[in-house]
Design a protein around this ligand. Structure first.
Ligand code: PLP
Length: 367
């Protein structure tokens, strides 16, 4: 599904130099490399501030903490996302309320969000799923109408745009993950919080560092959640290559599109007119998905199912989601299949993948 080694070899010299500079400096926690990366990330995402944290899940928890979200509060998130979006809120004693998705983009459906708003709603958390922005104008309008902050979970979409602006720059806060397989991947765990509000920036920094602005003076309950210098050095190098990596992903997506677009029974990813899709995943829809997955497995073709079980049907959330039905989310969970997508994918590899997919579909039709 990914080729992290191939990508490393492309930029090995730069990465190795950056790592050895950190080792030489012995500045392992925070330090100048982290500050440089934070500045570069803020510039890239057109946010005033970027604060490095330990991972994308912590970034969400810290964003929720910075807004004071806790017991009795609700946040609205899609059910069709990675568990972290909801988990981080639940950990703080808040209740995730699950909204449905737009079946075309797989992102939050603004109409479904509005139906979930209550006097206890403290945040709306759109996820820019698979590398494409949610319909932010409508979501931000709801936030403004009900005076509820919007937090963008930008873990999968760094580099994506919406009406010309980068994802991560539109909400009150946004979060990034630099998990190794993400579009901007570290060589370990890493994440960031983005904001353009100076007060929130100060709060986020404090929370990441035991709730204190100054060492041994603690103002609030915080965490130890910092982006370490080695990862920051790696990310600083990789951020310089992100635009070219994004182009490689988009080129690979275009090659898949060209061959799969007109195949009966397959729905290719849709790039909404509002911005640039960065194809964290290339996700097709097929009615009998499990049969296709079986064929791919037999042929030795890797694939992924994101996500097989929606969050509102996960055992961990069963109690609070009794009776919740999200038709588009449930349908997507049954039909989606992600094909290999990364910067090292060659046309020959893609041809083999597509040949297998098409052979399966033709066989299924004639069987
Ligand atoms: C990866 C991911 C996260 C969590 O990031 P980690 O760095 O793995 O903690 C959160 N939300 C979404 C949508 C993700 O894809």
């Amino acid at each position: 599904m990914v080729d992290l080694r191939g990508q490393y070899l492309r930029i090995k010299d730069e990465i190795d130099t950056a790592i050895s500079q950190v080792l030489d400096s012995t500045y392992f926690i925070r330090g100048p490399v982290l500050s440089r990366f934070e500045t570069a990330l803020a510039t890239y995402t057109k946010s005033e501030y970027a604060i490095g944290v330990a991972n994308g899940t912590d970034a969400l928890q810290i964003a929720y903490m910075a807004l004071g979200i806790g017991p009795g509060d609700e946040i609205i998130t899609p059910s069709f996302t990675f568990i972290a979006t909801a988990e981080a809120a639940a950990l703080l004693g808040a209740t995730p309320i699950f909204a449905d998705i737009d079946p075309v983009t797989f992102c939050l459906d603004p109409d479904s969000v509005e139906a979930c708003i209550t006097p206890r709603t403290r945040a709306i958390v759109p996820v820019h799923l698979f590398g494409q922005s949610a319909d932010m104008d409508q979501i931000l309008a709801l936030g403004a109408k009900y005076n509820i902050p919007v937090i963008e979970d930008n873990a999968q979409a760094i580099g994506a745009t919406y009406n010309g602006v980068p994802t991560g720059s539109m909400g009150t806060l946004a979060t990034c993950s630099f998990f190794p397989s993400k579009n901007l991947g570290a060589y370990g765990d890493a994440g960031a919080v983005l904001t353009s509000d100076p007060e929130l920036e100060a709060r986020v920094r404090m929370i990441t560092n035991h709730g204190g602005r100054h060492k041994y003076y603690n103002e609030t309950i915080g965490l130890n959640s910092r982006l370490d210098a080695l990862q920051a050095a790696i990310l600083e190098v990789k951020l310089r290559h992100l635009e070219s990596f994004t182009k490689l992903r988009r080129a690979a997506a275009a090659r898949y599109d060209a061959r799969l677009r007109n195949v009966d029974g397959i729905i290719c990813p849709y790039e909404a007119s509002w911005g640039r899709h960065v194809y964290h995943q290339y996700v097709i829809r097929v009615a009998r998905r499990d049969a296709l997955a079986e064929s791919l497995k037999t042929s030795g073709i890797p694939y992924g199912i994101y996500y097989p079980v929606p969050l509102h049907q996960q055992p961990v959330f069963q109690e609070q989601t009794k009776g919740v039905i999200l038709p588009e989310t449930e349908k997507a969970c049954a039909e989606v299949l992600a094909l290999p997508m990364h910067t090292e994918l060659t046309p020959a590899q893609q041809d083999r993948i597509v040949d297998t997919v098409i052979a399966h579909v033709n066989h299924a039709v004639h069987a």
